[in-house]
Design a protein around this ligand. Structure first.
Ligand SMILES: Cc1cc2nc3c(=O)[nH]c(=O)nc-3n(C[C@H](O)[C@H](O)[C@H](O)COP(=O)(O)OP(=O)(O)OC[C@H]3O[C@@H](n4cnc5c(N)ncnc54)[C@H](O)[C@@H]3O)c2cc1C
Length: 380
């Protein structure tokens, strides 16, 4: 059988590996000059720092199978994501925790006291209609304006009152001093970077990878099956219009020594244009480098030539998405996978889990003689 996988990111690599191990030769194409998709890392030749080229990636999961999978291909170093935020000329700890609350209000409250204090400040909005109302109902105006409003405006490029309340699902506060960003059991960084991890996944005798090769569905040739991890609307040449994305602009700069003392410094104030600065050597704390590489990050609406990062998925996009899903389901021989193929934000562990399930579904359909669906994981 001739099997094509479009995209050599995590989705394409994991599907390719699973099919190869089951005895199927696969061809993987990627438009970029490197494998790894948006997880790509490379060493800066001047400083030796491992740079997360498309923005910082921290691996975290509760999925034992996924953890076993990644640790088969790479050694992981322990890493805890601890983020700071500069607001109003002061540095606070994120996610907003008891330290942040006590520092912000100049208090020394214990957990129960802080809980009662915040409950008093939270606004009485029985059915919040948008992001702002939801935040005010959870945390009150002071914390909302300091830690959520400006950052959200910059990240989404709109007034938080235009965003759905559902974005803020849970109370975004902790009434203890835990500043570990993620709750997952396993957290870490691949010691040699994500591209080395993905290189090892792809390292199989019946996998062929071609870089610098853009696949065009209209002229791409005859394949028994195609797994497409490119943009869903891109497969159809955007004929119904473009699904909306936010893009990120990274202004790269270098420094000597330690520039900011941490990996991620957010900037919550509206009048500071960037959302955060990331200092990449702090993502590899087991290494030592004299020089430093940093990204000053801003967010903008993605134009046709920008890298699509975050799917917007508001009402208009979901309506268009429904129409693209119908087109995809009417296209036999193609399965749409990954963050772009299903137009969802996916963490790496979810990406891997879905890729493993997709490969298994394809192998099952081969055995049963049934049709492979357009989506193993529904975009809506
Ligand atoms: C800024 C940012 C930070 C993130 N941080 C984290 C994090 O800390 N932790 C975490 O778990 N996850 C994180 N993620 C999520 C992570 O990036 C994704 O889970 C992962 O990249 C998804 O892999 P993928 O293979 O589906 O997509 P991609 O990595 O986007 O790979 C798709 C590939 O397809 C190729 N392609 C597309 N169209 C074509 C075509 N026509 N022809 C040939 N090739 C094509 C592209 O060049 C690309 O290489 C982050 C995402 C972003 C945007």
């Amino acid at each position: 059988m001739s099997i094509l996988i479009v995209g050599a990111g995590l989705s394409g690599a994991v599907i390719g590996r699973e099919l190869a191990e089951a005895g199927h030769a696969v061809t993987i194409l990627d438009a970029r000059p490197h494998i790894g998709g948006n997880c790509h890392t490379e060493r800066d030749p001047d400083t030796g720092v491992m740079v997360h080229v498309y923005g910082p990636h921290i691996f975290h999961t509760d999925d034992q199978g996924v953890w076993d999978y990644v640790t088969r291909f790479a050694t992981f170093e322990p890493y805890k994501n601890r983020v700071k935020s500069t607001v109003g000329g002061q540095v606070y700890s994120l996610p907003v925790n008891l330290h942040t609350i006590n520092q912000f209000f100049g208090t020394a409250m214990r957990p129960d006291e802080a809980r009662a204090f915040i409950a008093e400040r939270a606004e009485d909005i029985p059915e919040p209609q948008n992001f702002e109302e939801q935040a005010l109902a959870f945390v009150g105006r002071d914390l909302y304006e300091a830690f959520f409003k400006g950052y959200t405006e910059k990240q989404w490029g709109c007034d938080p009152r235009e965003l759905p309340a559902s974005i803020l699902k849970r109370l975004p506060l902790r009434f203890n001093y835990d500043d570990n960003y993620f709750f997952h059991k396993y957290q870490g960084m691949p010691r040699d970077g994500y591209t080395a991890l993905i290189q090892r996944i792809l390292d199989h005798p019946v996998i062929t990878v071609q870089l610098n090769t853009t696949y065009d569905p209209a002229t791409g040739g005859d394949w028994d099956h195609v797994f497409w991890s490119g943009p869903l609307d891109g497969y159809f040449n955007y004929d119904l219009g473009r699904l909306g994305y936010r893009t990120l602009n990274f202004e790269r700069f270098t420094a000597q020594g330690d520039y900011q003392g941490c990996a991620v410094m957010n900037y919550g104030d509206r009048d500071v244009p960037h959302t955060r600065i990331t200092e990449h050597k702090h993502f590899s704390p087991w290494e030592e480098h004299e020089g430093s590489v940093l990204y000053r990050e801003t967010s903008a609406e993605a134009g046709p030539d920008d890298i699509p990062y975050y799917p917007i998925r508001l009402v208009a996009e979901k309506e268009l998405l429904t129409r693209y899903i119908a087109q995809a389901q009417a296209t036999p021989g193609v399965t749409f996978v990954g963050r772009l193929g299903t137009y969802r934000y996916l963490d790496m562990d979810v990406t891997i889990r879905e890729a493993l399930d997709t490969a298994q579904t394809w192998l099952d359909t081969q055995k049963a003689g049934t049709a492979m669906p357009a989506f193993v994981n529904a975009p809506l």
